[in-house]
Ligand binder design. Sequence first.
Ligand code: OXD
Ligand code: MN
Length: 648
Amino acid sequence: MPDLIEKSSTLYTAELGRFAKQLTAPNVGLYNQLRGISVVHGNLQDLSQKVRNFIEDNVDLCQPEKIHVCDGSDTENSHLLKLLQQQGTIVPLPKYENCWLARTNPADTARVESKTFICTDHRADTIPTTKEGVKGTLGNWLSPRDMEAAVKDRFTGCMKGRTMYVIPFSMGPVGSPLSKIGLQVTDSAYVVASMRIMTRMGKPVLDLLLDNRNFVKCLHSVGTPSNGVIQMSHWPCDPERTIILHRPATNDIISYGSGYGGNSLLGKKCFALRIGSTIAQQEGWLAEHMLILGVTNPAGKKRYIAAAFPSACGKTNLAMMTPSLPGYKVECVGDDIAWMRFDNHGQLRAINPENGFFGVAPGTSNSSNPNAMKTIFKDTIFTNVASTSDGGVYWEGLENEIDDSVKITDWLGKPWVKGETKTPAAHPNSRFCTPAVGCPIMDSQWEASEGVPISAILFGGRRPKGVPLVYEAKNWEHGVFIGAAMRSESTAAAEHKGKVIMHDPFAMRPFFGYNFGKYLEHWLSMEDKSSKLPKIFHVNWFRKGNDGKFLWPGFGENSRVLDWILRRIDNEDCAEDTPIGLIPTESALNLANLNEEVDFKELFSLPRDFWMEEVEAIEKYFKEQVGMDLPQTIEEQLKNLKNRVNTL
Ligand code: OXD
Ligand code: MN
């Protein structure tokens, strides 16, 4: 990179000159702290004062060897990929176009919910007050004093000998009134390359910042263990001291010790959901863990739907669905996060704040998600998947799509034999990080700065028992209650062990930026913003029969459920009221030409015992976890459900 080096040395000299001039200025200290640190890329002088202050503060704290201000260019990206290769962090996958495989330290493979905190003056601002002795599960609170201590302990000098990258990024299309700007400093080039895929990153965002506007401040370091010993030089991390902190009062995100996904790509969960939800509450909109899709029916009428499912429950598959019903078309706006607000006409509009997909690899195949398969073999960084002797990737779900002569190496780098090796080839939370533009069914409006109009909101989860394929909320309040009462089988996206049914309200349990009781009030308050609220539904593709087999084929066949939902949006008379909500009348769900027979009665049965227990579980959860913060309206909804379920 001769031109980069040459340019930067000139910049560095200029920078020294500038700081020399500041010797008599009040912030003389900064001169000493920045002295000797070369700006190897970018020009500090071209940055707004707020941006410079942020960089200077973090240089002061983390003491990196170099500074690199990212411009997001192709040249910069190739340079970083080369560097990552030299460090052994990534290897090329020659079977595909510009694709790479990263293998992490096995101690750093998922989000760490237990080490994720929101810092506010008062605990009650962050989490509902639980009963004595009850461990709260709706987030973790940290006091400002403890946060300060945690940061000082971990970050002081943590970037010694490393480059500090400065990443300017936009969540949402650059310049859209619905978008927000962030600035992340990090000591991981893997994070830079991934943020370039997942956000709009680089020069255009720096240009926006020139007006000295505010931004969400993101500080990230993979960390240096306190004994100074990095276990795996290709993937430095500090799992014992990992901590992910958010301070909504100042829009700060501070993440230490992990290079993995949601822990380190701070635009995603930390900004777009946790800090995003606090900004949304103040500004009167919604930041949600939802996919957004466009669906066109055979008559050519198009509607957009947002859907909240917990992590690793098929959001990407639904967002990119190939409908089995003839004449239907699905187009993708986003697969993980929706920022939604009512416009001046009372229409709810959504943008996808992301620019790529950080999808779970296992289970993705040409039968489950052909559009993802068409997306991910170009410009993609895979993490913790298995590799193949022909320079490609492999994971559970691709058994029928790989030649038997090809040899497989598992995510830990050990030989792996299909049908023989008992451990998984790919880590269950292994991922592809791929640009959205590569997806063949991206919606023409996916970057529209005004967002797309939302006609329905879906909640869902993995419910092996009792919960029907689809039901519709009776009204907005009932819909908010359904979101609050969501439960799902745990998955590998975070550190949970075993397949337990967990409460995961709004699929946001790990992502609330503030007290869940207040979040419910915020959702309820949306009713006053519009006379054309979207309808709310609950879906469950995962119900099993007594034989343990799925009752519904799922994937493209879910278009049959979308078909019913669209007809309900049009107020077609094709629903039957039940104690839990409205379900399709038997003739209303289009089951024509299904490859396998479906037992409609079983799929929609409402076993009394199950629902009595469900109501009890929700009641206990609300009482123990939300307590006094539970809005009266939700309590009433629960009471009403209990009364109705009693009649089953
Ligand atoms: C994700 C998650 O990575 O929800 O999207 O864990
Ligand atoms: Mn997610």
